[in-house]
Design a protein around this ligand. Structure first.
Ligand code: DGJ
Length: 522
């Protein structure tokens, strides 16, 4: 009897502790405020992803140690890492979650959050992560047929059975996380990876042709969507009648997005963590046709198709490997929309300086391929470089996420011309000068009050002049403090004055700095 009582009281205590714990750690979410700006909330607080993404074949005990070395070299707070359908469901209906548990255990030991990448039906447009038992059945789980009748290395989105299998495996993954991750080590999950098809704009199989000849779904026939997509309003118009030259691409995007929606909905029903999918981009400046890029993924021109077809995705995200100032800033602008939160889940190392712009407009950033599993020349030096930024930003990451959602952040990045750039600060205009022409310059300003600013910058000089009420007035620095953030408060290590501020404003070299600046007009 005593034993039974003891057992019951243990059960009760752990239940009370667990539910108290669950209450203390609300599930991560993506929320939008009244002004339409987005936040990622983790543990109930705004969260900024200072991330890094692993190489594709790194989710193995053998390769994890050097991945953690990379995470620590960067000072990243979040590791983005794939989980593989082929490994998780090696036989139909038999699941092996040891890789997921390994990630949970190790991430907790390393005090790092995870974004899991569900490599499943689509990985870079192909089915290479479908389980073997599916790959062997190519008739049952067909690839798309190209325009000339040739099979393309990309799964068809019109295969209901594959969609249901993917959804049921994904739901199991999300269920595993629900049961084994009450502390939300995993803050978000990417559904598929760069979905769509290379080498064809859509599926031209007999089955797909029949669907293509049927009317465009009513959900796409709203005035707003037709306007954004350049479509013509028709009663029951076919894809070609409504969308003309873009019909093939929109058709593929719609069906890939609907498939992903089915998978995402199945997962979210079990465990409502934030979900997204990512895009292999197209040139954002030239409006190319889809035979020039991966068709059917969430490229900038079909974001609205994805947001309509896949409401269980919290957002769609750009993988930024394209380079050039105009191109990269345009991509960031295109994905930060009232109906889409911006996060950059993959970026080439050449684009690291755009971290600052991503913080201005979005929820996070991660360079791709932070580890070096094959022993080639790896990104170690570059990880140390980005580490300088991440370490400075980490103590105020939650504040930055909050200020970003409040619209208080402005950022500029040095362009190829090294021209000065200006930032509108209300009654002041900041002038950021890239005098050393390193190509690495960046500056992020937080508008704390009308005369009070935080400046985080490197490889540039800050200057300012009056604007609006202050236009034409002489002015001076009340104080310029250099310091760091500790426990949500700025602590000054030194005050900059004299030569450090008098000759054109404070200048920061290749070690990023945090300055607290107050100005006064005279
Ligand atoms: C983008 C993909 O999403 C990644 O998984 C990886 O294949 C990189 N490209 C390689 O550059």
């Amino acid at each position: 009897m005593k034993k039974t009582l003891l057992a019951w009281s243990l059960v009760l205590t752990s239940f009370v502790t667990l539910s108290a714990y669950a209450q203390q750690t609300p599930i991560p979410s993506v929320t939008q405020n009244k002004e339409g700006r987005w936040s990622l909330l983790v543990d109930g607080k705004p969260y900024l992803v200072l991330g890094g993404q692993a190489h594709n074949s790194s989710t193995w005990a053998k390769t994890m140690p050097q991945l953690w070395d990379a995470v620590h070299a960067m000072g990243a707070n979040t590791l983005e890492i794939p989980i593989y359908w082929e490994m998780i469901e090696p036989q139909k209906g038999q699941f092996d979650f040891s890789s997921v548990q390994m990630l949970l255990d190790q991430a907790r030991q390393h005090d790092t959050r995870l974004i899991l990448l569900w490599f499943a039906t689509w990985k870079n447009g192909s089915n290479h992560y479908m389980p073997e038992w599916m790959k062997r059945e190519s008739k049952r789980f067909p690839n798309v047929t190209g325009k000339t009748g040739k099979l393309i290395d990309s799964p068809s989105p019109h295969t209901e059975e594959a969609m249901k299998l993917d959804a049921s495996a994904f739901a199991k993954v999300m269920g595993y996380l629900k049961d084994n991750d009450p502390q939300h080590t995993v803050i978000m999950v990417q559904v598929e990876n760069e979905p769509g098809a290379w080498d064809t704009v859509r599926d031209y199989s007999a089955k797909a042709e029949k669907i293509f000849a049927s009317p465009v779904p009513q959900e796409l026939m709203t005035d707003a969507l037709l306007k954004e997509l350049g479509g013509v309003k028709k009663q029951k118009g076919t894809w070609s009648e409504v969308f003309g030259a873009r019909a093939d691409e929109y058709f593929h995007a719609w069906h890939v997005a609907k498939y992903i929606e089915y998978v995402a909905a199945a997962g979210k029903e079990v465990n409502p963590l934030p979900l997204y999918t990512n895009a292999a981009l197209r040139n954002p400046l030239t409006n190319p046709m889809a035979n020039e890029y991966e068709s059917g993924g969430p490229t900038d021109n079909v974001i609205c198709i994805y947001r309509t077809a896949a409401p269980h995705l919290d957002f769609v995200a750009p993988d930024i490997y394209l380079t050039g100032h105009e191109t990269v800033t345009k991509i960031l602008d295109l994905y930060a929309r009232p109906d889409n939160a911006l996060m950059v889940p993959e970026a080439g190392y050449a684009n690291i300086k755009y971290l600052y712009k991503s913080i201005e407009q979005g929820m996070g950033f991660a360079p791709f391929g932070i580890d070096n599993p094959d022993g080639n020349s790896g990104p170690a030096d570059k990880n140390a470089e980005i580490g300088k930024d991440y370490r400075l930003l980490a103590p105020l990451a939650s504040d930055l996420a909050k200020w970003s959602a409040e619209g208080k952040i402005r950022a500029v990045v040095e362009s190829e011309s090294h021209d000065n750039q200006t930032i509108d600060l209300g009654e002041w205009e900041a002038i950021i000068k890239f005098e050393e022409k390193t190509g690495n310059g960046r500056a992020l300003i937080v508008m704390l009050d009308k005369n009070e600013f935080l400046l985080i910058s490197r490889d540039c000089r800050f200057n300012v002049q009056g604007k609006g009420k202050n236009a034409g007035k002489t002015w001076q620095y009340l104080k310029v403090e250099e310091g760091e953030y500790k426990n949500d408060t700025f602590h000054a290590d030194r005050v900059l004055n004299g030569d450090e501020t008098d000759w054109g404003g404070p200048k920061v070299g290749s070690d990023p700095k945090l300055l607290h600046i107050t100005l006064v007009a005279r």
